[in-house]
Design a protein around this ligand. Sequence first.
Ligand SMILES: [Zn+2]
Ligand SMILES: [Zn+2]
Length: 342
Amino acid sequence: MKAMLLSQVWDLHTQPSPLELVELPIPKPDENEVLLRVSACGVCHTELDEIEGRTPPPRYPVIPGHQVIGRVEKAGSSANRFKPDERVGVAWIHSACGKCQYCLSGQENLCAQFLATGRDVNGGYANYMTVPESFAYPIPEIYSDPEAAPLLCAGAIGYRSLRLSGLQDGQNLGLTGFGASAHIVLKLAQYQYPRARVYVFSRSEPEQAFARELGAEWAGDIEDTTPALLESVIDTTPVWRPVVEALRNLAPGGRLVINAIRKEELDKASLTRLDYPTHLWMEKEIKSIANITRKDVEEFLQIAAQIPIHPEFQEYALAEANLALMEMKNRKIRGAKVLRLE
Ligand SMILES: [Zn+2]
Ligand SMILES: [Zn+2]
């Protein structure tokens, strides 16, 4: 099979082609696993965090990719949940221990044994991959393969972020950054909270225009002051300055959630501009979002199909994965990026 392989940490300023197209044997499913013939795999900002070493894979080489759509090619000896050829998806959560206090209380995303698809084990930038059958999801029929892929991380983590942001109907929601996840959150918020207003902060004018096109009440630059205070903010940027600026616009008692696995060190000095009375006092909160549970993915796929949410996406061939990643790095983004496999 063909796969795009990551073999070390790279500096993308000097190495714009970090993944190598290689030929590998088709993997064999363990007894509780299914082997999937991959048809589409979403490209996520987390892949940049892996490649640039902010959340490096524990072992090399590894096949990245954690928004995977495929069909069941083969099942392990004790795997019987899916029919041959059934279409399923795989998300960031590849497995968790199932026994710790977090796993037993619906917080498997916080499990110390959490294994991530495409970082700790091979993911979907390949023709085939394996996954424990209890960590695969049936995909609602209304979606094409490439359309469904970004629902599995950008969508599902956006769903978790929106829930944990504490937003209530009629309130104001801020989104800092407007990539794959934020544009799905906007569509989701419009449905779940029909009287809420969405304010979008982005450095990029095309992203601001895209946000207005999708119905944002307001879209402006990161430093701009919103015309109204925001009860909730979801930050999807890789840096710090947008967080500091957004806290200024947060209402008393408001909450800002950071939907990012890692932040870049680049502009960390922005944090020294934090002024307690301006940015934090009045019981403002900051909370991070970590990983995802199976329940998040299952619930979101249902809701997305009901609404229905149709993510905007651009397709790339498997061999163009480096191009898609560099465009993401350089903020050439409109919706989600998806690799299409033969
Ligand atoms: Zn992701
Ligand atoms: Zn656990």
